[in-house]
Write a new protein. Sequence first.
Length: 350
Amino acid sequence: NVPKKQMAQVIEKTGGPVEFKEIDVQQPGPDEVLVNIKFSGVCHTDLHAVNGDWPLPTKLPLVGGHEGAGVVVAKGDLVKDIEIGDHAGVKWINGSCLACSFCQQSDEPLCPHALLSGYTVDGTFQQYCIAKAAHVARLHKDIPLDAVAPVLCAGITVYKGLKESGARPGQTVAIVGAGGGLGSLAQQYAKAMGLRVIAIDTGDEKKKMSLEQLGASTFVDFSTSKNLVKDVQNATEDGLGPHAVILVAVNEKPFQQAAEYVRPRGTVICIGLPAGAYLKAPVFETVIKMVTIRGSYVGNRKDSAEAIEFFRRGLIKAPFKVVGLSELESVYDKMKAGAIAGRYVLDTSK
Ligand code: 8ID
Ligand code: ZN
Ligand code: ZN
C-alpha cells in the first residue's frame, strides 16, 4: 500500500531555496520501479544542480538527489527481474536507451538519452522515487541502507576513476579533495585495491580522518603547504610523484597543478566538476613526462555492481552522518563552507 502523498525537498527555480513539502507520489511506467527511499546521500552535484553551475539545465521544479537506497514497492508490467520487497539503489544514471552505440558497449553514462536522477528527472530527496528497472542497483538484504547510500554515486564514481587511472597494486595515488564525499570513499577503494594513498585536502578533521580512519600514508594540506608540488612528490619513496592523481575537488586550481606533480607515465583523472573551470597543464612537462589526462564520469551497471560488492564484503568503511530529509538546506550550507568530512546521509522518515 503506497501512499498518494509524500514529503520531498523541492526547488522551484535555479538558485533555490529547497522547500520541504508534501507532493504527489508518482506511478512507475511499464519499464520502471517505484523505490521507497529510506536513505539518500547528499552529493556536491546536488548543490551544483541547485546553483545552476553547469552548462546543462535541470528540470524544474526539481527533486534533487541521486544516492538513494530503499525498497521496491511497485513495478511496471515489463519488469521481470526485480520483485516488490527487493532492496534497490537509485543512482545518477536513472535510465538510458540501451540501444545506442554507447549503451551497446556498456558506456551507458555516455548515452545521449540518459536520464539523470535529481537533475533531468526527479531524484531521491523524496520518499518514493522512480527509476528504470534496468538501471537500479540490486542490493543484498544484508547491506545497511544508510551506509551504502554514498556508494551509489561517490563510491561508484571513484571506483571507476581508479580503474580508469590504470594504477596497479603497490603504486601510489594522490587523491585531491580527499576529505569530502568522493575523496573519503576514494581513499578506501584505493586502499582496498592495494594502492598507497596521498590525501590532499585541508583542516585537522580531514587530516585525522584520512590518516587514522581511511588509511592514507600522507596528508598534504593545500591551504598551508608552501610548495604543494614538492610536498606531493616528496610523499613518494623516490620523490618522482604519484602514479595517478584522482581529482575530486570543487576548485579549479588543483586541475591546473596535477600534471606538474604526477609521475612520468602517470595519469591524471578528472572527476570533480567546479563551475566554469578549465584544465591547464604545462605542454613541456606533459610531453616529456608522457602524462595522460582524462575525464571519468560515474560508472556503468557493472562498475556499480562491483563497487557495491566491495562494500558488501566489508572492504569500504567511510564516515557518514545521518540527519533528517528536512535538514537538507543546512547540509548544503556546510557543503558550501567545505566543512563536511565524509558524507551526509538523509533519513527520509524525518
Ligand atoms: O561522475 C563524475 N565525474 C562525478 C560524480 C559525482 C560527483 C563528479 N562529481 C563531482 C561533484 O559534482 C563535485 O564537483 O565531484 C565533485 C566532488 O563532489 P563531493 O565529493 O560530493 O564534494 P565535497 O564533499 O564537497 O568534497 C570536495 C572536497 O574538495 C576539497 C574540499 O575541502 C572538500 O573536502 N577541496 C577544495 I573545494 N579545493 C581543494 C584543493 N585546492 C580541495 N582539496 C584539495 N585541494
Ligand atoms: Zn553524485
Ligand atoms: Zn543509449
